[in-house]
Design a protein around this ligand. Sequence first.
Ligand SMILES: [Zn+2]
Length: 211
Amino acid sequence: MATKKVKNKVNKAKINKKNKKAKLAVKREKKVIIDTNKLLRLEEARKYVIDIAGEKGLEVFEFLIAKGEMEENLLAKKLKFEKANAIRKFLYRLYNKNLVSYRKIRKNNKAWYTYFWGANPEKLVFIIREMYEEEIKQTKKSMELNKAEDFYVCDICNRRYDVNEGLQNDFRCKNDGGVLTHLESSKILEDKQSRIDFLDKKLNALKQLVK
Ligand SMILES: [Zn+2]
């Protein structure tokens, strides 16, 4: 009984491994091509990379995009890092966000591995896209709230009225007869809508980067 369980577990693990491999294969096939020149000119994209890995990190990322996969020591040399491991700090920061990845190879049966690093610009497109989409989502949500709280305000004393109170008083203030105007919310909504339009345009421009 116990051995059967173990066997089942082992089989399951094997199947999972197989599935994982299959998934990886699909992922690789789907690798998209990015207009990296345009991507690296996008202010948000540059800012994001600088925020996570600093100016030097951006330099490493840009270099890998331009030159393709490169062996770690050579990369450090080309970018004039004093020591090979000085560049690792930057590579790891980028790696944490999936912006670079590595392959390790054991050469000539040596005890240590040689690392080859490559950039994943498509991940940056994905991250920026998510940022835009999240802001659009949040802005839409807050617009719903703005619509829900439909207030009117007296133009003399600033007393607030909700719609019902406003209607009851012919949109005049009970205190001083001042005119009740729709509390800025229309202006706020307008501003938010134009922010959404702006982000939508950005999103479209981002989609154009994917070939
Ligand atoms: Zn008033």
